[in-house]
Write a new protein. Structure first.
Length: 411
């Protein structure tokens, strides 16, 4: 999925920024993949996944001591005693960490130094993502009800339903992207309509790769071949399909023409929204979520022009807004736990799930935004985060990487 992000973002930037844009995704793959194996998995899941008894801070931060280089999972040097399920789970969860960091890069396209980006990625994933993953993904579930019986505070203590990362991935990345967009400031000539996607087919290819990978992202979060995986799979088809239609309808009325970039963006918005909810919605409610999210995100991407922040590739308008919609939607339409079913069952506190979802979403949003803003500001004031005006005009690719995306005359 992260190469899909690279293509999705790469097609939408200037032709002189494609290498830089894609390198931020590939840089995240290299850096976060290494950090995850060294200590990231331990901080996120502790000695035993789902068990908080040995946490450094119970329910908040795991203890990496037994999982340095995945030690307890690997077993003896000859391979005996290896925890095969644990290793597979660790590898699967690594992809969540990697793509969350890569998503942030879209907010600062065309104007960021690669070295500064890598420093930010190292600090942010360590201070923000690994702990938040512990809050959301680290839990033990009751085999009958599916309710958390131990784990991170957002899922266990608050009872938040976030199946595959609406908070930990999308709200987390969107809030950090907003913070960095504010720190780095606007691109030269920033205004509506001035920045055109340089290669639409690249963006469509990226969206296709993302959607294909997202089936594994969502259905795979069941960690089993069962009914939960099946409903997650069908919702990952239905919601983004409806989101494409919702986006295109609004785009037609708003701008006069439905665009291929709009279709790709609508699909991603629908995928974002269904991520936390794919296990708990019927396909019908999943399609409603997709259509609503596609329409709202199509409108939300205009906020950067009205409010004056340069979120280059709509990380805020799609991932932050879509993540919030999907997370809160569960509190209303989630099967058995949402407002509608609670009222139907005579529950004395039908808003409890919606309240929990809001607290979970808000907590991750504020935590990620504040830390990202502090880190980005510190980097900008020390080694510099944004390239110079001259370098931005010349093109990030040649200045930062010494490469060009398209060499039309090799001689």
């Amino acid at each position: 999925m992260t190469p899909g992000v690279a293509f999705f973002y790469g097609g939408m930037v200037k032709a002189r920024s494609v290498v830089s844009m894609m390198m931020m995704s590939f840089g995240a793959m290299g850096l976060v993949g290494v950090l995850w194996v060294i200590y990231g998995y331990g901080l996120a899941f502790g000695t035993v996944a789902g068990n908080t008894s040995n946490d450094l801070i119970p329910g908040v931060l795991g203890n990496p001591s037994g999982q340095f280089l995945l030690g307890d999972l690997v077993g003896a040097p000859d391979g005996s005693g290896a925890n095969l399920y644990g290793l597979a789970f660790a590898g699967f969860q690594a992809t969540f960490a990697i793509i969350t960091v890569a998503l942030i890069s879209g907010a600062i396209a065309d104007r960021a130094k690669f070295g500064s980006w890598m420093l930010f990625a190292f600090l942010w994933v360590t201070i923000v993502y690994f702990p938040v993953a512990h809050w959301v993904f680290n839990f033990t579930a009751d085999p009958t009800t599916g309710a958390a019986t131990d784990g991170g505070w957002i899922v266990f203590n608050m009872g938040v339903n976030d199946f595959a990362g609406g908070t930990a991935v999308h709200i987390n990345a969107g809030a950090a992207g907003l913070a960095l967009a504010l720190v780095l400031g606007k691109r030269i000539g920033f205004q509506k309509g001035i920045q055109k996607p340089h290669n639409v087919p690249l963006t469509l290819l990226g969206a296709a790769l993302l959607w294909f990978g997202w089936f594994g992202f969502n259905a795979g979060s069941a960690a089993a071949v069962n009914g939960t995986a099946a409903i997650a799979w069908i919702n990952t088809l239905a919601a983004p399909a409806a989101a494409i239609l919702g986006w295109l309808i609004v785009e037609k009325f708003k701008d006069g023409k439905p665009t291929s970039i709009g279709a790709a963006s609508g699909a991603v918005a629908g995928l974002v929204a269904i991520t936390p909810a794919c296990n708990i919605l019927t396909p019908g409610w999943g399609m409603v979520l997709g259509a609503v999210t596609g329409a709202i995100c199509c409108l939300a991407i205009e906020l950067k022009f009205k409010l004056g922040f340069d979120d280059s590739l709509d990380v805020v308008g799609i991932h932050l807004v879509g993540g919030i919609i999907g997370t809160l939607y569960i509190g209303i339409f989630g099967t058995g736990i949402g407002l509608i079913d609670r009222i139907g069952n005579g529950d004395s506190n039908p808003l409890s799930q919606l309240g929990a979802q809001a607290v979970g979403a808000g907590s991750v949003l504020v935590f990620s935004f504040v830390i990202a803003w502090l880190l980005g500001t510190a980097i900008q004031k020390t080694i510099g985060f944004r390239i110079s005006t001259e370098d931005e005009v010349a093109g990030v690719d040649t200045v930062v990487h010494g490469e060009e995306s398209y060499v039309l005359d090799p001689a």
